[in-house]
Write a protein that binds this ligand. Structure first.
Ligand SMILES: [Zn+2]
Length: 367
């Protein structure tokens, strides 16, 4: 349950998904949904949250790994780090004496665990969940960073309860990366205050695992917002801390985090938003013109500008997370894009728009 922090932002990926993805960071998830056949192993998005996609062990082997000349199986994660996968139980890194083999987590259980989370946390997320077929050399545990979640297999079959707990804990890391970044010092001060973590000589990022604020945050998220299997008996990893279960102030603190991203408040704090966009008008008439506008920090806008030539695209998803079509966007060169819906044959309904050069998805109602 390691939190890897920031890694490099940009990376092309291996396999068939890559051809459509060059210089479009943030789109692996939705492309996976679009091109992978629906089968027991294809990547699947959580219902209603097209940005939260579970990538199965078989798909990882097919599309995200390569074999080095020396025979090593290499996996490149979404942050651009290449790992050797340990595919032999006799590998010297495997010291567990009761090892029976490598048992990837059950992707259906992973999806179940994610589906139990409140939509407010799922919607702003743009996170592939890689269900690894083999552990990574040098990092046998599951982990999360700002780009994705990596679930390690067990050395014995992994009980459903563990799958739910680990998945939800790791999603808690995604929540703080996206909604409470370390740069938000006031937000973290507030959290420390609510949780009694003010003593920075005890609770800090280099402390023992259970005393790291990021880990405590992820554990609180698991207990507060996970389903029954994930929440377990309500206790957290740190034996000295009370369960967050009945702490309504703490729960409110968490629930306030995604509101800005979801547009529920009048003022948007860009410190917490990588890049966001506006969709107008909303609702939009079926034969009307939909306009998308980017908003965000200066550096994000620079990034948009730089990658625009390759990423003037937006995908439209239905409420079940299925991609309906790619919108033929027209850029005006000033940070706005538009599309005429007249000839697209859309049925009235609620859709999600996902824009290639940004993260998250935005809801739009077509009338
Ligand atoms: Zn953790």
């Amino acid at each position: 349950m390691t939190d890897l922090g920031s890694q490099s932002r940009r990376r092309s990926t291996l396999g068939i998904h890559a051809s459509a993805l060059v210089a479009v960071p943030g789109l692996i998830a939705s492309i996976g949904v679009a091109v992978a056949p629906v089968s027991s192993w294809a990547s699947q998005a959580v219902d209603g949250a097209p940005g939260v996609v579970v990538v199965s062990p078989q798909e990882i082997l097919d599309y995200y790994t390569t074999v080095a000349p020396d025979g090593a199986l290499l996996f490149t994660d979404r942050g651009g780090v290449t790992w050797r996968l340990i595919d032999d139980v006799d590998d010297p890194e495997i010291t567990n004496p009761s090892v029976e083999g490598f048992f990837p987590m059950d992707t259906a259980e992973v999806l179940d665990a994610l589906s139990a989370l409140p939509m407010d946390f799922l919607l702003p997320a743009d996170v592939p969940i890689f269900v690894l077929p083999y552990p990574r050399s040098g990092l046998l545990d599951s982990s999360a960073d700002e780009h994705g979640i990596y679930l390690s297999p067990g050395m014995n079959p992994v009980p459903a309860e563990t799958v739910h707990q680990v998945t939800t804990h790791e999603f808690g890391h995604i929540v703080h990366h996206r909604l409470l970044p370390d740069s938000d010092t006031k937000g973290w001060d507030d959290y420390r205050g609510l949780r009694g973590l003010e003593d920075e000589s005890v609770f800090h990022q280099a402390a023992a695992h259970a005393y790291r604020p990021h880990e405590i945050f992820a554990e609180d998220f698991r207990v507060l917002f996970g389903g029954a299997l994930a929440a377990g008996d309500g206790s957290v990893e740190n034996p000295e801390l009370a369960s967050p279960q009945y702490d309504s102030d703490l729960e409110s603190f968490f629930l306030d985090l995604p509101l800005e991203l979801l547009g529920s408040t009048a003022s948007v704090s860009f410190a917490r938003v990588e890049t966001q966009w506006t969709v107008s008008p909303n609702p939009v008439p079926r034969n009307g013109r939909l306009e998308l506008g980017a908003v965000g920090s200066r550096s994000d806008l620079d990034f948009v500008e730089e990658s625009r030539a390759n990423s003037e695209r937006a995908d439209l998803f239905d409420a079940q997370g299925r991609r309906v079509l790619t919108l033929p966007l027209v850029a005006d060169g000033a940070g706005r894009w538009s599309v005429t819906l007249a000839d697209l044959g859309l049925r009235p309904g609620t859709y999600w728009v996902r824009v290639g050069w940004s993260t998250g998805a935005k809801r739009v109602v077509v009338m």
